[in-house]
Design a protein around this ligand. Structure first.
Ligand code: NAD
Length: 415
């Protein structure tokens, strides 16, 4: 197994789970393959008048429990194996949160930072032109992910509406509120993570008031997490990082200043009253809580033994490799696995689907209350399973999620 291939990692995690559950060979083999994969080419007229062809994917991994659901990434290093892995993880995530949804994911190989707004819009619309027949509220419902935003979703929803000649609000989630979006979607991933950290702190015996936190990654998930750590948990964020490097202040960062610096310079580095640290140093800081909110493979066998945090909250998908997982478990780090920790995003996306279908919209308090309930109940289901099977939290989350998918596949007569 190559440590960096996310799909191989996802399969290894599934294989471990199959062993615990003593899964029948045929069922296990079925679950190791995505149900459907689309590979598309998207010709886009660039601002200079020339056409550039982009490559895109949509993977629908398993729809036993409902229409597939999962974000769309725009990323220069996107690969089909990353999309496959993320689609598999979405299957387990939706199942773990007991949402009536399956798992999917999409991606386009591109560097959004090098594209103009017009080019991005044409690329977003072009992607939908290629996949529209395969998506929709009863088939597959995309959402934002890395480098895609509410604006991207609005363009995609509009293109779907034009092609189908009907209102397409329910074909995609993460839309702007005025175009069928839900209150509370913007910080839902980070907020959901906070609800699980709140419960994990009780388990790990950490007093959250002024507990120290380091956050790797300062994008959508990480930035919101930085604010919510203080607001919801009363904890003190002492370090954050982005792809250019990290910053530290042992007395705590002023998050407003960090955001202003990021907005002005494109990076958190050089925020006032902070000391520069490397990304590796951030991961190894002596803090109570480490939040991984960047990309895959942040914690590997090379640095896992150096993690000093008592809780590792994985807002990012695939942030920890299986070898690293074993080391963290051995060292008593309480890991809140990715597809539990970051499930707040898809949960509020599901709420958005419910609101679109009923044409009745909830207020922010209703969204937060329902999200808190879903997240903490999933956390305790995983914790109880970890204790019952004497396994780590990730394996326990797999046991719960895979079991539900398998039961449904059996009842539907698929296997
Ligand atoms: P984003 O693109 O907004 O942010 C990613 C951040 O990570 C950026 O600040 C980038 O500079 C930083 N980064 C990249 N490499 C880094 C490195 N080596 N060290 C430190 N920082 C680094 O993406 P996002 O939407 O915040 O997503 C982050 C992770 O969370 C992804 O794994 C994504 O799949 C997952 N996630 C996001 C959502 C969501 O709603 N945004 C939902 C579920 C899961």
């Amino acid at each position: 197994m190559t440590e960096e291939n996310p799909f191989e990692i996802a399969l290894k995690q599934l294989d471990d789970c199959a062993e615990i559950l003593k899964l029948d060979h045929d069922i296990h083999e079925t679950l190791r393959h995505p149900m459907r994969e689309l590979h598309v080419t998207i010709p886009v007229r660039m601002d200079n008048g020339k056409t550039r062809v982009f490559q895109g994917f949509r993977v629908q991994y398993n729809n036993a429990r409902g229409p597939t659901k999962g974000g769309i990434r725009f990323h220069p290093q996107e690969t089909i194996d990353t999309v496959r892995a993320l689609a598999a993880w979405m299957t387990w995530k939706c199942s773990l949160l007991d949402l009536p949804l399956g798992g999917g994911k999409g991606g386009v190989i591109c560097n959004p930072k090098e594209l103009s707004v017009g080019e991005l819009e044409r690329l977003s619309r072009g992607y939908i032109k290629e996949i529209w027949e395969f998506i929709g509220p009863n088939k597959d419902v995309p959402a934002p992910d890395v480098y895609t935003t509410a604006q991207t979703m609005a363009w995609m929803m509009d293109e779907y509406s034009k092609i189908t000649g009907s209102n397409g609000f329910s074909c995609i989630t993460g839309k702007p509120i005025c175009a069928g979006g839900s209150c509370g979607r913007d910080d839902a991933t980070a907020r959901g993570g906070m609800y699980t950290i709140r419960e994990a702190a009780k388990e790990a015996g950490i007093n959250l008031k002024n507990a120290t936190v380091a956050i790797q990654g300062y994008g959508n998930a990480g930035r919101h997490a930085a604010f919510l750590c203080k607001e919801l948990l009363g904890a003190n964020v002492v370090a954050v990082s982005d792809s250019k490097g990290g910053i530290y202040n042992k007395n705590g960062l002023t998050i407003e200043n960090v955001c202003a610096c990021k907005a002005e310079t494109g990076s958190v580095v050089n925020s006032p009253d902070t000391q520069a640290i490397s990304n590796n140093e951030l991961l190894e800081l002596d803090v109570d809580i480490l939040i991984a909110a960047a990309l895959e493979n942040a914690i590997t066998k090379d640095n896992a033994s150096k993690i000093k945090a008592k809780i590792l909250a994985e807002l990012a998908n695939g942030s920890t490799t299986p070898e690293a997982d074993a080391i963290l478990y051995e060292n008593g780090v309480h890991v809140i696995p990715d597809f539990l920790c970051n499930a707040g995003g898809v949960t509020v996306s599901y709420f958005e689907m419910v609101q679109n279908a009923s044409m009745y919209y909830w207020n922010l308090e209703e969204v937060h209350e329902r999200l808190a309930h879903k997240m903490s109940s999933a956390y305790y289901t995983v914790l109880d399973t970890a204790k019952k099977y004497n396994v780590n939290m990730r394996k326990a989350a797999y046991v719960v999620a895979v079991n539900r998918v398998v039961e449904t596949m059996k009842l539907r007569g698929w296997i």
